[in-house]
Design a protein around this ligand. Structure first.
Ligand SMILES: [Zn+2]
Length: 254
């Protein structure tokens, strides 16, 4: 892919990331997300275009509202930078615009889910359903030599089933043996939806990488003096989302 296309991916990613940030703020409050961010979360002043330039508005206003000086949630900045990174990396590894678009559509959805699970330990069923349904776009957009590869579609379907089973089975066993829930109940559905995108091999690797990242993170928190025990939960959805996207990019670097 040439540089103008990669930069275009990054530019679109900034805008999508800004929408992801607004959605991540509004979904937990059960507000509509279509309108985007329209007013300061603190003083309710309607935002002007000057407030809505991704990243730059945040940096120039030093992360504060221009009117009331309230801190603007860094979540907006994280979502904008994350969205841009997804656009750049997706176009950077793709051979065609369609392939890049498909990878970016996966990445932007995982970004939203990772933020929501990281902050609220919440994976909205609607967002998981959308992730699963949009996996249909992958074979449509990423055609190998103009034809849809049946084997690739079968791999996606098997990856979805395996992803769900990999986490549903231990969760059932855990509940049966210990009589309490040990995993987030949405986690198997998320790994299933991821499997529909990445196929059999990468769904297994996604879980392994997420588990490894979780162990490293727990160790890091322990070294930093934080209490880490059986009761402290790490956002598995966030770890799986980041792992799945990293593997998707790594598996397509040519
Ligand atoms: Zn304000």
């Amino acid at each position: 892919m040439n540089w103008p296309m990669i930069l275009a991916g990054g530019g679109i990613g900034l805008l999508v990331g800004s929408f992801v940030g607004a959605a991540a703020m509004r979904l937990p409050r059960d507000e509509g997300i279509v309108a985007g961010r329209s007013h300061c979360d603190s003083c309710k002043r309607p935002l002007s275009p000057l407030d809505l330039v991704p990243v730059l508005s945040y940096v120039f206003n030093r992360g504060r509202c221009r009117t009331c000086g309230a801190r603007i949630d860094a979540l907006h900045l994280i979502a904008e930078l994350g969205g841009a990174f997804v656009g750049l990396s997706a176009m950077g590894v793709a051979a065609t615009v369609g392939e890049g678009a498909a990878i970016a559509i996966l990445g932007w959805q995982l970004l939203l889910l990772a933020i929501l699970d990281g902050r609220h330990f919440w994976l909205p069923p609607r967002a998981i359903a959308l992730l699963a349904a949009s996996a249909l776009l992958l074979p449509v957009l990423d055609k190998q030599a103009g034809t849809v590869a049946v084997s690739a579609i079968l791999d996606q379907v098997a990856g979805g089933a395996l992803g769900f089973a990999l986490l549903a089975a231990p969760a059932l066993l855990y509940r049966f043996v210990l009589k309490r829930d040990g995993l987030g109940s949405a986690d198997p559905w998320l790994l299933g939806a991821i499997g529909l995108w990445v196929g059999v091999m990468n769904v297994v690797l996604t879980l392994l990488l997420a588990a490894f990242a979780g162990l490293v993170l727990a160790l890091f928190l322990k070294l930093a003096g934080r209490q880490v025990g059986a009761e402290s939960a790490l956002p598995l959805g966030t770890l799986m989302g980041l792992s799945a996207y990293a593997l998707m990019i790594a598996s397509r670097v040519t």
